[in-house]
Design a protein around this ligand. Structure first.
Ligand SMILES: Nc1ncnc2c1ncn2[C@@H]1O[C@H](COP(=O)(O)OP(=O)(O)OP(=O)(O)O)[C@@H](O)[C@H]1O
Length: 360
């Protein structure tokens, strides 16, 4: 097994899966079944083996299987960078989700250190034409994949900003209250911007080096100059007080994407071209991680196959296999995975009276 891989996955009261046990052998996985069978739910479970709220950004209680709503649990055997690990994550009784790695309670950030999971879901199809928030989230996940400690800089920044916003709301004008918070924001903000820039540089290098069937995208970070954030925040207090919140800083950054070969902004590209750009970016991210860390990340590709023509689909499978990545891919028809052939394994998912069943 050359890449990171899940070798076993158990789901307990996880959405439509009451009790599922899945075995994987490290090859890419085609997850086949009709609409609503519970395919994406499997991908979501794997996404929760990384820090954050997973690929649907769902709250812990939303995930618990209904109508029981007892709480849920995922257990996985994970072939990681350095060793095999047992990872458990669960939530019950309205509490936040907990994580245990090899039997010991752990932070979500620790999940980001033992493995990397990247995903592409249909909700991202509108990434380039919707609000900046989605692009920022995309950028930060990309950045986290290279720099797991990015999460800590983001948390430090957000905490200082929450405290500053409270002062603004309370109409505090005394500069003494602001100085320390603004310098904390400037310090964490500079780290956030540096991490984001480094991730974009890594991604561009991975695109430049590669032979790929997918179009190249140039990404540019748009935002304030991080070097001046401290003084800029001090200058902006009056305006921020009127707004009741901080209006400048990396939490307002945006990401611009360009379809390189056509010199066209992604937002003006066709739906198919925008999808191809996203696939291209996730593959470049995976190649860069594989080169840096010596193992390809786990990829979750929800309903990607159905949107590609036969040649592009075959090219995607070839690139995944060349990477040695365990890609979990969903599709409603088995023939979408014909060109993957024996290079992949297949799981069939079906719905039995509101309960998902998984079989080889
Ligand atoms: N908390 C929950 N408890 C029970 N069932 C749930 C819960 N959340 C979602 N479901 C059910 O899971 C099913 C959807 O599963 P999923 O999104 O994995 O389908 P899918 O196989 O990916 O379908 P599609 O091909 O349409 O995308 C729905 O029937 C939904 O009602």
């Amino acid at each position: 097994m050359s890449g990171l891989a899940i070798t076993a996955l158990s789901l307990s009261h996880f959405r439509s899966h009451k009790a599922a046990r899945l075995a994987f052998d490290g090859r890419p996985v085609a997850i086949v079944g009709p609409n609503g069978a519970g395919k994406t739910n499997i991908l979501e479970a794997v996404s929760l083996l990384s820090p954050g709220r997973g690929l649907r950004r769902a709250g812990a209680d939303e995930i618990a299987r209904k109508p029981e709503s007892l709480g849920w649990k995922i257990t996985a055997n994970l072939h990681g960078f350095d060793a095999d690990h047992q990872v458990e994550t669960w939530a019950e009784g309205g509490e936040a989700r907990a994580v245990r790695i090899d039997g010991k309670l752990a932070t979500q950030t620790a999940l980001g250190r033992i493995a990397r999971v990247l995903w592409l879901v249909p909700a991202m199809d509108r990434l380039w034409i919707e609000a900046a928030e989605g692009r920022r989230r995309f950028l930060d996940r990309l950045t986290l994949s290279f720099t797991p400690d990015h999460a800590e800089a983001v948390l430090a920044y957000e905490k200082a900003m929450r405290d500053r916003n409270r002062l603004l709301k309370d109409q505090i004008t005394d500069p003494h209250w602001y100085g320390a918070l603004e310098s904390q924001m400037a310090q964490a903000g500079a780290q956030i911007t540096a991490n984001r820039e480094a991730a974009l540089a890594r991604l561009h290098a991975a695109q430049a080096d590669a032979e790929t069937a997918f179009p190249r995208a140039d990404l540019t970070l748009i935002g304030e100059d991080a070097a001046d954030l401290g003084p800029a925040l001090a200058d902006n207090r009056r305006r921020d007080m009127a707004a009741g919140r901080t209006l400048i800083g990396p939490h307002r950054a945006d990401l611009a994407a360009m379809f390189t070969a056509k010199a066209t902004p992604a937002a003006q590209c066709s739906t198919g071209e925008q999808k191809a750009l996203l696939i291209s970016l996730i593959l470049a991210n995976a190649r860069a991680l594989s080169a840096d860390l010596g193992a390809a990340p786990i990829l979750l590709l929800d309903e990607v196959a159905a949107h590609l023509d036969t040649a592009r689909r075959a090219a995607l499978y070839d690139e995944i296999c060349a990477l040695g990545a365990q890609a979990l891919m969903t599709g409603t028809e088995a023939n979408l995975f014909d060109s993957l052939g024996a290079r992949g394994q297949t799981l069939h998912v079906s719905d039995h009276q509101g309960q998902s069943e998984v079989s080889p």
